[in-house]
Design a protein around this ligand. Structure first.
Ligand SMILES: [Fe+2]
Ligand SMILES: [Fe+2]
Length: 272
């Protein structure tokens, strides 16, 4: 059970439980899998629909215990969906059962947090029965030049989990911290990158800070980063569009078309 043994899934769409009309319109043509954002009722999804599950609620950087009720609910849902891998965030979040901004609490990147991450990922992979792909949330404050993907790489090496690079989170962090777009995306990180996320970028009213935004078009900086990363991420298995239902139809269709075009060399190179 490790990141080297997972299959290619292609292009997918995040799902927060909204009606499936838009997904169905593009499934089979551009979209190849759905990515439910757990916890979520999965009963309405066709059992044969290819799925990669995802969760942003567990605080995997905490030195404390995880919410056991939430863990039990997630384990039941992941096992029912039986995905090839499941996404989790390396973040400090509350232990509440609901809420969707937990990933915004970026962890303090010291050895203690990395050890906590190794502990939680090891236990969860066993409970889920599949590998985890670990994702960094956006970072807003640059305290000591911390390297989120470097910390996740250490956890990946210790647990054999894969890495999920959210290109929008990463651009948010790099813009907020005044760093180069590819900063932290080292060859070792890219070797273990199995999944990418992309969506819009939100700009704070102060004009200087950016935040994650699922309600608008993929930003030009994110398209550029996608083009940069594709030839370098040799073990990439899946690319997920995270647009939500508030993105209008023409914007959604245009972004998905561009994504398919950008990913064409990757899809043909891996026999898609
Ligand atoms: Fe996520
Ligand atoms: Fe994401």
């Amino acid at each position: 059970m490790d990141w080297t043994r997972i299959p290619r899934m292609g292009i997918g769409q995040r799902w927060d439980g909204e009606p499936l009309d838009r997904f169905n319109e593009f499934f089979g043509e551009a979209l190849e899998y759905i990515e439910p954002n757990l916890p979520l009722e999965l009963g309405g999804l066709p059992p044969a629909m290819p799925k990669i599950t995802h969760d942003a609620e567990l605080p995997l950087a905490t030195t404390g215990e995880l919410n056991s009720e939430l863990v039990a609910a997630l384990v039941a849902q992941v096992r029912a969906a039986s995905p090839p891998w499941t996404g989790e965030h390396f973040a400090l979040a509350s232990t509440r059962v609901t809420g969707n901004l937990g990933y915004n609490a970026a962890p303090i990147l010291d050895d203690t947090a990395v050890e906590a991450g190794v502990w939680h990922v090891t236990r969860l992979q066993r409970a889920y029965g599949c590998p985890i792909a670990l994702e960094a949330g956006p970072r807003y404050l640059d305290v000591r030049g911390w390297d989120d993907h470097g910390a996740i790489l250490r956890i990946s090496k210790a647990t054999d989990c894969g890495i999920l690079v959210d290109l929008s989170h990463h651009m948010v962090s790099m813009l907020n911290l005044g760093r180069a777009p590819e900063d932290g995306l080292s060859p070792e990180v890219l070797e273990r990158t199995v999944e990418l996320h992309l969506t819009g970028l939100g700009r704070h009213r102060d004009g200087r800070h950016f935040h994650d935004f699922h309600g608008g078009p993929v930003a030009p900086e994110v398209w550029r980063l996608l083009d940069w990363i594709l030839p370098r991420a040799k073990n990439l298995k899946a690319v997920t569009l995270e647009h939500d239902a508030s993105v209008d139809d023409p914007t959604y269709a245009a972004d998905l078309r561009r994504m398919v075009r950008a990913l064409e060399p990757w899809r043909s190179s891996c026999g898609h």
